[in-house]
Structures are given as C-alpha cells and as structure tokens.
Design a protein around this ligand. Structure first.
Ligand SMILES: Nc1ncnc2c1ncn2[C@@H]1O[C@H](COP(=O)(O)OP(=O)(O)OP(=O)(O)O)[C@@H](O)[C@H]1O
Ligand SMILES: [Mg+2]
Length: 182
C-alpha cells in the first residue's frame, strides 16, 4: 500500500514531463462526508481520447526506459480498493485534468502521508512551471501559489535550502491548523 502522497507526486511528475507551464494540485479531505479526493490540472501537451481510454492498462506508456507505466494503474487500483475511482479528461495541446477519489473512512484507504515533504519534492522538480497547491479539510482551506512566493522572494530561488525548509514548516503548520476541530 503506497501513501497517497506518493501517488500525488507521480501524477505531478507526469504533468511536469508533459511540458506544462501551469500545474494545480487540489486535495480535499472531508471525513464527515466520507470523501478523500485530489485532482491535478495541467496545461501540458495532453493525450488523445483513445490514449486516455487505454491508460488504466499498465502495458501502455510512452516511456522509453521501461515498457510499462505504472503510475496511473497503481493509483486506479488504490482508489478502486477504497470504493473510489480515477477520472481523466485530456485535450491534445490544451492539457489534462485528473481526479482521484476514495472513501475517506475505508479500511483499505492508504494514509495521505507526508505532504510537507511532498510539496518540497514537487518544488524541487519544477523547472519553470507555476505550481498551485490547494488543500481543503472540511470547510477550511489552505493554499500556496509559486507565483506569489516568487514575488515575495525576489532574487532568492524557490529551491534555496533555507526557503524550502521554511516552506516545509509553513505547509506543516497550515495543515495542522485546517485539520483542527473548531
Ligand atoms: N498529465 C499528462 N499529460 C500528458 N500525458 C500524460 C499525463 N499523464 C500521463 N501521461 C501519459 O500517460 C503515460 C502513462 O502514465 P503513468 O504515470 O501511468 O506511467 P509513466 O509515467 O509512463 O511511468 P511511471 O509513472 O511508472 O514512472 C505517460 O507515459 C504519458 O505518456
Ligand atoms: Mg507517471
């Protein structure tokens, strides 16, 4: 069982490889309504309808180093084991929207895992793409936008070690805050 954060990282890597300039990750934790969901939207090269149809089949990939792409099939498995599924909408030249959902309280649902570290990993893999992260817990929300961060940072790189350490704590504190019961 993979932590969901690892699936998220893989889906974001797909968006980065697809030559996107903008990537948006949204996570929804809604225990009351028994819903866990995340979505990744990019403006990359997209896929044909036919390709998307076959995506859930692990023998379908454009990777050259290995014959099978496992990222999406593994995610589909994880979702279906927790009474959920994956939906992919994509348009060539426009981008891709992937949505994954699960029953929040399902015994087979993997834990979300370490989001602060995952966000740091994502920021480190970005080339020049803008990245937006929105995390909702019940009716509370936290968001982060690299465009805003870059404006504040000026000349300092978003991949600077001190900045990343600060961002890891910032994400951690905000997640703790939105998860607190009011
Ligand atoms: N956001 C996306 N935009 C364009 N193409 C995509 C996107 N996501 C996936 N694909 C295509 O679907 C294929 C399968 O993706 P998947 O994540 O299942 O496997 P992979 O990335 O090839 O390998 P792995 O994830 O196991 O390292 C990719 O090789 C890519 O061609
Ligand atoms: Mg992948």
């Amino acid at each position: 069982m993979l932590e969901i954060a690892l699936h998220i990282l893989d889906i974001i890597q797909n968006s980065i490889h697809a030559e996107s300039t903008e990537i948006e990750l949204q996570i929804i934790e809604d225990p009351k309504n028994n819903l866990f969901a995340f979505s990744v939207k990019d403006n990359g090269k997209g896929m044909t309808e036919e390709f998307v149809k076959q995506l859930k089949n692990p023998f379908h990939t454009t990777r050259t180093t290995r014959k099978v792409g496992l990222g999406i099939p593994l995610l589909v498995d994880a979702c279906q084991q927790s009474k959920g599924d994956v939906e992919i909408k994509s348009t060539i030249g426009k981008g891709t929207f992937l949505k994954a959902w699960m029953n929040y309280n399902h015994i087979d649902r993997a834990p979300l895992g370490d989001m602060p570290s995952t966000i740091v990993s994502i920021l480190l893999s970005l080339k020049d793409q803008c990245f937006v992260y929105i995390h909702r817990y019940a009716n509370r929300e936290f968001s982060l936008d690299t465009r805003e961060l870059k404006e504040i940072l000026g000349e300092v790189s978003l991949q600077d070690a001190v900045v990343l350490q600060w961002l890891r704590n910032y994400v951690e504190e905000n997640l703790t805050e939105i998860r607190q019961r009011s």
